[in-house]
Design a protein around this ligand. Structure first.
Ligand code: CA
Length: 491
């Protein structure tokens, strides 16, 4: 009899799983900030050699209390990478592929091909299409309500990718081909080529754009919850991209502190974005979804902040559009919106509080596979993913299986032009296609500011890194810059 009762108990478990559907399908928020570098915050991301966070002067200039709150609840990375400009990163988050592979290697100009004089003629300037495998599309098929809020920038004007609804989103609030808003105030640029679409209810209401997007995002979340669907919210702020408009809610405290007005306005944009994060966390708690919602906070490329004596990423070198660390190192925090010891989904995917990963390298390509694993969404067939799941690193542990690498391919013109860089462990190689001395080599462990080029001093390391770079470029089907005759320039 005892045997039978255990058997019937097991049968009962099969029929009535102990974990509810909601707990099996956590909500995801990708909170993406435009042009936010790793130093544009009061949360210290960089560490000393012992892995302890170090507060640099920029961390005392910016005020981001809600990022601090999120960092206290979760895990953050010192070494998290995005591409050096907007569209390549955005397509990487959507596809899990490196820019080399998806081919949108430069930012998309909505009106025209932006390849540059020596850029590869066949680069993907049309961006994402209906045929593309995208994260929202696979989540949509798995029962998720997929919500796009803010900046899209996935394709030029009149292209398929100009409309996020074509790419797997159920809802699009204020997204289009534009990469920046004409204005954060008034009518958000109505009547201009960079008008933010679809926020007519807020025109001339005095609502700052960042705030209008936040309010609309919370409404879309409520709607998903009402429909009893788990949601994927791609919260893609136009902030803190220019125009550097003073946000009246925060600007006062940054004025008359010895900085330019635009530098102060940038800091106020940052704080407005930070308030949005706090408002969203509060709202999730209010509606009872916080324990079941994972927040992935990140920037899309290095800072575009004007001022700070030309060193807006100090101690890192350079800024947005650059091959140096200030161009590609962005903040990354992963945390449950409300940590809970009793939540089944959090037990299955634990994230310790207040932990920093000082050495492990993460990239924007890792979002796609991480979200698939978390949501138990099958990996799409015939779709190569260049990233890998962050689950182990988010549990606070090291992940010895993981490759510590980031390949960044930019065969176009910007602050740094026509380069490929490869970070591999402590080493970083930058290859310039059009310069006579092609290579720069840095050891980021001993020289995080990339001040001393070691290419001549370490020829063996240089050769090894160059070999690795060539292999990876070939593996990802790279398109190379061309010379004046149209001939491909390979490293
Ligand atoms: Ca950007």
């Amino acid at each position: 009899m005892r045997y039978l009762s255990i058997k019937s108990l097991l049968a009962g478990l099969v029929c009535f799983p102990l974990i509810s559907a909601a707990e099996e399908s956590p909500n995801i928020v990708v909170f993406l900030v435009d042009d936010m570098g790793v130093m544009d915050t009061s949360v210290p991301f960089l560490t000393d050699e012992g892995g302890k966070p170090v507060v640099h002067p920029l961390n005392t200039w910016y005020q981001t209390p809600n990022m601090k709150r999120l960092a206290k609840q979760g895990v953050r990375f010192s070494n998290f990478y995005a591409q050096s400009v907007c569209s390549p990163t955005r397509a990487s988050i959507m596809t899990g592929q490196n820019a080399t592979r998806h081919g949108t290697t430069q930012f998309i100009k909505p009106e025209t091909d932006n390849r540059g004089e020596f850029g590869p003629p066949k680069w993907n300037w049309k961006g994402l299409t209906k045929e593309c495998v995208t994260l929202p599309r696979v989540l949509q098929k798995n029962g998720y309500r997929t919500i796009h809020v803010g900046k899209g920038h996935f394709g030029p004007f009149k292209s398929i990718g100009a409309e996020p609804l074509n790419l797997g989103f159920d809802v699009n609030i204020a997204g289009s081909a534009i990469g920046l808003p004409r204005s954060y105030i008034g009518t958000y640029g109505k009547g201009t080529s960079r008008a933010v679409p679809g926020l007519e209810d807020y025109h001339n209401s005095g609502t700052f754009l960042t705030d209008a997007l936040t309010i609309e995002a919370t409404k879309a979340v409520d709607d998903a919850v009402e429909k009893k669907k788990p949601f994927y919210l791609y919260m893609s702020h136009y902030a803190v991209h220019g125009p550097f408009t003073p946000d009246p809610r925060f600007i006062e405290k940054y004025l008359n502190k010895g900085h330019k007005k635009s530098t102060a306005a940038f800091a106020a944009l940052i704080e407005g974005m930070d308030k949005s994060l706090g408002d969203l966390l509060d709202h999730l708690e209010k509606i009872g979804e916080a324990e079941n919602t994972l927040i992935l906070f990140m920037g899309d490329n290095g800072t575009a902040c004007p001022g700070h004596k030309g060193k807006p990423s100090a101690p890192l070198r350079s800024q947005k559009g650059s091959c140096y660390e200030g161009g590609t190192r962005v903040p990354f925090i992963a945390a449950w919106a409300k940590p809970s010891a009793t939540s089944a989904v959090q037990k299955n995917w634990p994230i310790p509080a207040g932990v920093i990963q000082p050495q492990a390298i993460g990239t924007v390509m890792d979002i796609f596979p991480s979200v698939l694993e978390l949501t138990k969404t099958p990996a799409p067939k015939n779709h190569t993913i260049d990233g890998s799941s962050l689950k182990t690193l988010l549990s606070g542990k090291p992940d010895p299986q993981r490759e510590q690498a980031f390949l960044m391919h930019f065969p176009h013109k910007h602050r740094s032009s026509y380069f490929t860089s490869l970070r591999l462990g402590d080493w970083k190689l930058i290859y310039f296609y059009l310069k006579e001395n092609h290579c720069e080599l840095y050891n980021l462990k001993t020289d995080p500011s990339e001040s001393t080029n070691l290419a001549e001093k370490h020829p063996k390391e240089l050769k090894r890194m160059l070999g690795e770079m060539k292999q990876r470029l070939a593996r990802e089907d790279a398109l190379y810059p061309v010379d004046a005759t149209g001939k491909e320039l390979k490293p």
